[in-house]
Write a protein that binds this ligand. Sequence first.
Ligand code: PNS
Length: 161
Amino acid sequence: MSKIAVVPGSFDPITNGHLDIIMRGASIFDEVFVVVLNNSSKNPLFSVEERMKLIKDVTSHLPNVKVDTFSGLLMDYAKNVGASAIIRGLRAVSDFEYEMQITSMNRVLNDEIETFFIMTKNQYSFLSSSIVKEVAKYGGKIEELVPPQVEAALKLKYNND
Ligand code: PNS
């Protein structure tokens, strides 16, 4: 039976830290669904379609990675695609409380789907989509933080060409 995992997130936009977690997840699970949360309460810079396109572009070398979107409960989505696992990246201690809250709630909703945490690489431990956007907005250097396609998309959004 193939082992399917879901990597959920806002991905606004995908960073090298996300990509690292996706690649490591894809080396362990047979199939990985990277899914963009379609949550209208947030005010994203990139539309869901733009975020999905960027993720598809930067994961095109990974044959077992699929890109999708979801709204509603993550556990319903995961069950629908036959996933047995959720993968989340952990950066610092500051992530822990938030992740524990989400994981505990998800376990109440469905205790058959396990959440796995992958520790981020040291060089990405400070990295977040918000920080990348902040730096990009004011024309700072982001080439080591995001894939080239994302760098180009951010420059376009902020007219920083
Ligand atoms: O990249 P993010 O914003 O930290 O990802 C958060 C995400 C998408 C994993 C989380 O908000 C989520 O799973 N939302 C879906 C709604 C849901 O299932 N809620 C119940 C568990 S808290």
